[in-house]
Design a protein around this ligand. Sequence first.
Ligand code: PPS
Length: 292
Amino acid sequence: MTDKLTDFLGVNVINGFKWPPHVHDDTPDKLHNLKIREDDVFVLSYPKSGTHWTLEIVRNIVCEGNNDNFKEEYGSDPRGPFEFGDNHKKFDSFSTVKPRVIMTHAPVDVLPKQVFEGKGKVVFLIRNPKDNLVSYWNFVKERQYLEEYEQWDNCFEASLRPDAVYGNWFDFNLPYYENHRNKKNFLFLTYEDMKLDHKGCVIRICDFLSRPLSEEQVDKVVENTTFSNMKARNPVFQLKKEIGKRTFTLLRKGIVGDWKTRFTVAQNERFDAIYNHRMEGSALPKRIIFET
Ligand code: PPS
């Protein structure tokens, strides 16, 4: 990926869908037609749902509790989403000894079509949309890549529109959850599930990936992936990474309920009305909690 400042500003509209600026025009198509290996594992989510947390857990699981040696074992260490810059090239060079762990924010019509034929496995993370949005706003504001989203009120409004970056929360999550939640190769977890029962979720992911670990290894995965340890142990997560003058923090607060510090009463009421309308008839609300 290039670090040229202009490459990180604005959005890239591809086939009418708004991607971040560093997604190349032909990447969605490449992703959709990706040849899947049977043991590929996708960590898939709407941005700011806890993707890096889940990625770290999955990588630790496939490395039996220690992913410090990930690069040696895999021959490469791709951490950003598949669709960013030239990341996709790194996955081609993965050894076949271990599964590829591929992080992406691909909407349902871009995810590799072979996944829907049952190939590979998908760990899908969903976060309550209010915290999701506050996390996103903090990220965008700090990074200053979308001027329109820098003011909270603008970001709030923009997030509700169908042409939000990556689509809006509802348009992204609902088609996946409604149509694929009972598929054998999909596991749906929520950020709040992980906060409430980190170890239980690690075990669920192990079971789903058919990668049983010892109690000790599970504990190691949990320890490696706590908020504080992830931040302390891994330089990627300590980012204040600088691109030009722009910085961004991947691990900010890591809590449930931060939306209360940002939503006005009126915004909350408006959001709830839209939420209730969009979720009507869906099984998803049963999984969503806004506070613990
Ligand atoms: S991105 O940029 O879209 O890939 O962001 P993503 O990784 O999906 O989400 C970032 C938020 O996840 C929080 N996070 C964690 N919370 C709890 N425990 C752990 N280990 C953890 N790792 C990441 C991170 O802090 C972001 O949430 P906010 O609310 O902004 O703190």
